[in-house]
Design a protein around this ligand. Structure first.
Ligand code: SF4
Length: 327
């Protein structure tokens, strides 16, 4: 057992800050030492969350035709990906998804719309109506991801009952311009600030395997720490044909697990949720995501890629001796 990894873990177990240098040391581990990092990440998860894990699913409420050019995303109007495109779906369809999520044991759904923000007149009213319907008719917590928000929109969403906003930073401030040229890292940070000030919980995460370096991964982990976000979704690139990253090589499963683990060291008491791309990047090691420190996962299909059956994930959670928590 590597003593330095144990020392860093002890700081995390006492909820003391892990330094940037220590986080980089963990991220640079190789060979058998990766298993030490995973072991301690699991200890940290157990200390803060015990055997409880969370699951949520998403509904793609408006898909494609996005004006932005995020290089990993199949929904940009600039790339020919052949995905199904549709305008904002009706409230009853969102309610149907919430009812299904309730039946299958999810505690929440994320209502996700493509695009820079809520620019179409009428869309925000329909989203607010859907949030109210879900709250009135199910026990599901509706969360949302609506792109860049104005202060007025954030406050309106809160008025209708939205509790949590997802708004990913995607990658580090340094690497962001390589990934997207149509808006900035500051634009995204600003939406998080506005949402926090409006009283929303913040779910903000990243996508890995898009060409970022170890420094970018570490910087991002500390950005989330400084922002004191509530939930950190971790996505791994699932390359889609037609996007600039279509030929990217997936991360190895151990590299992906190490990223999860280092985030657990830096953010010991935060919900770390594994989201898109886990099937492709973790392959047979998917169940290890909890051993690497995750305490939450997205289940079902992702926005434009297919996840495995929910039943398989529920079985995996049961087989690991973990307990699904519904809020
Ligand atoms: S990630 Fe969001 S903003 Fe970027 S292209 Fe996709 S839908 Fe548009």
């Amino acid at each position: 057992m590597n003593n330095k990894i144990k020392e860093i873990a002890n700081r995390s177990l006492q909820n003391e800050w892990v330094s940037r240098d220590d986080a980089l040391y963990l991220m640079q581990t190789d060979g058998d030492e990766i298993y030490d990092v995973l072991y301690w990440a699991n200890q940290i998860r157990l200390q803060y969350f015990g055997h409880a894990v969370k699951a949520c699913s998403i509904v793609s409420a408006k898909q494609g035709r996005c004006t932005e050019d995020c290089s990993f995303c199949s929904q940009s109007v600039r790339y020919h990906t052949g995905i199904e495109e549709f305008p904002l779906i009706d409230t009853h369809k969102i309610l149907d998804v919430a009812r299904y999520a309730e039946q299958t044991g999810s505690g929440s759904i994320g209502i996700v719309t493509s695009g820079y923000g809520m620019n179409n007149p009428g869309d925000i009213g329909k989203i607010c109506a859907a949030i109210k319907e879900v709250i009135t008719n199910t026990r599901i917590h509706p969360h949302g991801s609506f792109g860049i928000l104005t202060r007025e929109t954030a406050e309106l969403l809160v008025t209708y009952g939205l509790k949590r906003l997802n708004h990913n930073l995607e990658t580090s401030e340094r690497f962001f311009p390589t990934v997207c040229s149509t808006h900035t890292f500051s634009d995204r940070m600003n939406t998080i600030r506005i949402a926090k000030e409006a009283g929303l919980e913040i779910c903000s995460g990243a996508i890995f395997g898009i060409g970022e370096g170890m420094d970018d991964r570490i910087d991002l982990a500390f950005t989330f720490k400084n922002l004191d976000v509530d939930v950190v979704p971790i996505n791994f690139l699932h390359p889609v044909s037609g996007t600039p990253l279509e030929n990217s090589v997936p991360l190895t499963p151990l590299e992906a697990l190490k990223i999860i683990a280092v985030f657990r060291f830096v953010l010991p008491d935060k919900e770390i949720k594994i989201a898109g791309g886990r099937e492709r990047n973790l392959r047979d090691l998917q169940s290890w995501m909890f051993y690497a420190g995750a305490n939450s996962t997205m289940i079902g299909n992702y926005l434009t890629t297919t996840g495995r059956k929910m039943e398989e994930d529920f079985q995996m959670i049961k087989d690991l001796g973990l307990k699904l928590q519904n809020n």
